[in-house]
Design a protein around this ligand. Structure first.
Ligand code: UDX
Length: 471
């Protein structure tokens, strides 16, 4: 039986909240700290502010037992040996990560240290942040003996965050001495020993007692770089396949076949090779920019990352052109839009390519009826309903009398639509699929004009673009 620790988690955003609930799930006492009073009272009442599988169940399981919520960072620090910092690191104007929240939290923690504490950075931060946190704490008069700072990056994806945490591919801990290493290894012991997976109530996933997640211990700097490099690499994979999809369109090949052919090479792997309308979300755009900035600061030319970003914007522009080529003109055209979230399985619309595209279509004078299974409420806050934008109660309502239907988010629900019903609901049976959700041949058999990304059929678009240029 592993030892129970008391852990304070500062920041109850995606990473903080999921980590806090999961630490409670593997047997620790957790104090979750946030300076947003309304969020704290919501969470204390058992309401979950984000759409995430297993989170409501686990919160209900541990609330009022091993997890508590507070705004009092001072008291939480005093009661805990481990303080996990998971506050936001938004993008600043230069593209670098804005570390002012991390800085402020480090100073506040410092003022509450009277005995040994391990401060763990879990927010995505640039290399050297660890050293800055140590400096801030020392400047506040705390002796080096009384604290360590470690890095423990989080790799969870929205929508599968709880399972990603509890069934991690790997757990990375960056420490600069064994005292910190011992404390951090101990809190993950229920996962790394496999004991968690013996419980009948354990959240299901890929890991098991005989195949627990490996723990990788590195220096703090390496752990900081691992997080940024992982996200940048995944974003690069997506941009790579997106350019290959353009090549496929030019050559008349199918990117899905090419992607499978590349991905079955064990050295490359099949994941993150899905062509689409570009990556979005709260992490990839921000982290690629921040990593590029880190490289610049260290005098390293990481031009590859600039290309990754450029390709990602170009991919949205290409989709926009694809729609134009199918519709010829935009003003007064009615578009049904399926999908607002930056990916399927989440209500998050941060940096969603769908939102950018909708804003552009509205600017061009289109009339849009949009539907998303989870993200409509959030979208209404940035794109309120208007004379030209409405929100539908289901996909068929969004499609009603539309000149074309656009698929902008890869929700499974969309892949299972009744195609015959969709066909007679649309004014013209044109589907422009930005996520390659449908089988191309089946769509053509069902009588749709079907355009997607990097698949044959897109040549029609090329011809259409050419004909648009005709006088
Ligand atoms: C990402 C990382 O995966 C995760 O490890 C990190 O902790 C946070 O950032 P997340 O932002 O939740 O997670 O989304 P992810 O599933 O990685 O997708 C990011 C974007 O890439 C989405 O817009 C998605 O639609 C797009 N994507 C993903 C593709 O276009 N093609 C793919 O093959 C995969």
């Amino acid at each position: 039986m592993s030892e129970k620790s008391t852990i304070a988690v500062v920041g109850s955003g995606y990473v903080g909240l999921v980590a806090a609930v999961c630490f409670a799930e593997i047997g620790h006492n957790v104090i979750c700290v946030d300076n947003d009073e309304s969020k704290v009272s919501q969470l204390s009442d058992g309401e979950v502010p984000i759409f995430e599988e297993y989170l409501p169940e686990l919160l209900a399981r541990h609330r009022n037992k091993s997890i508590a919520f507070t705004t009092d960072l001072h008291a939480a620090t005093q009661k805990s040996q481990i303080i996990i910092v998971a506050v936001g690191t938004p993008q600043s104007q230069t593209g670098s990560a804005d570390l002012s929240y991390v800085d402020a939290v480090a100073s506040q923690i410092a003022r509450s240290i009277t005995e040994y504490k391990l401060i763990v950075e879990k927010s995505t931060v640039p290399v050297y942040t660890n050293e800055w946190i140590s400096r801030v704490i020392e400047r506040n008069g705390v002796s080096r003996e009384l604290f360590d700072v470690a890095s423990n990056p989080e790799f969870l994806r929205e929508g599968t965050a709880v399972a990603d945490f509890l069934h991690a591919d790997r757990i990375v801990i960056g420490v600069d001495n064994e005292r910190a290493g011992n404390v951090l290894r101990a809190i993950y012991e229920p996962l790394t020993s496999g004991s968690y997976y013996q419980s009948a109530d354990a959240v299901p996933g890929s890991r098991s007692t005989i195949d627990p997640p490996p723990l990788l211990q590195t220096s703090t700097k390496a752990a900081e770089l691992i997080k940024h490099a992982s996200n940048a690499f995944l974003a690069m994979k997506i941009s790579f396949i997106n350019v290959v999809s353009t090549l496929c369109e030019a050559a008349g090949a199918d990117v899905e076949e090419v992607s499978k052919g590349i991905g079955t090479d064990g050295r490359i792997g099949p994941k993150f090779l899905k062509a689409g309308i570009g990556y979005g979300g709260s992490c990839f755009p921000k982290d690629v920019a921040a990593f590029r900035y880190v490289a610049e600061q260290l005098g390293v030319d990481f031009g590859l990352l600039r290309e990754v970003e450029k390709i990602n914007s170009e991919q949205k522009r290409r989709f926009f052109q694809k729609v134009r080529s199918a519709l010829w003109t935009f003003r007064g055209k009615k578009l049904g839009v399926l999908g607002l979230a930056f990916k399927g399985g989440t209500d998050d619309i941060r940096e969603s390519p769908a939102i950018d595209l909708i804003a552009q279509f509205l600017k061009e004078g289109c009339i849009i009826s949009a539907y998303d299974p989870a993200a409509m409420e959030r979208t209404k806050q940035v794109l309120p309903p208007s004379g030209t934008l409405s929100y539908a109660k289901d996909p068929y309502e969004a499609a009603r009398d539309a000149d074309a239907l656009l698929v902008l988010t890869e929700w499974q629900e969309f892949a299972e639509l009744d195609l015959d019903r969709l066909h007679y609901t649309l004014r013209y049976p044109i589907v422009i699929d930005g996520r390659n959700l449908f089988d191309r041949e089946m769509m053509v058999r069902r009588g749709f004009t079907y355009l997607s990304i990097g698949r044959p059929g897109a040549t029609q678009v090329k011809n259409a673009v050419l004909s648009n240029r005709l006088p």
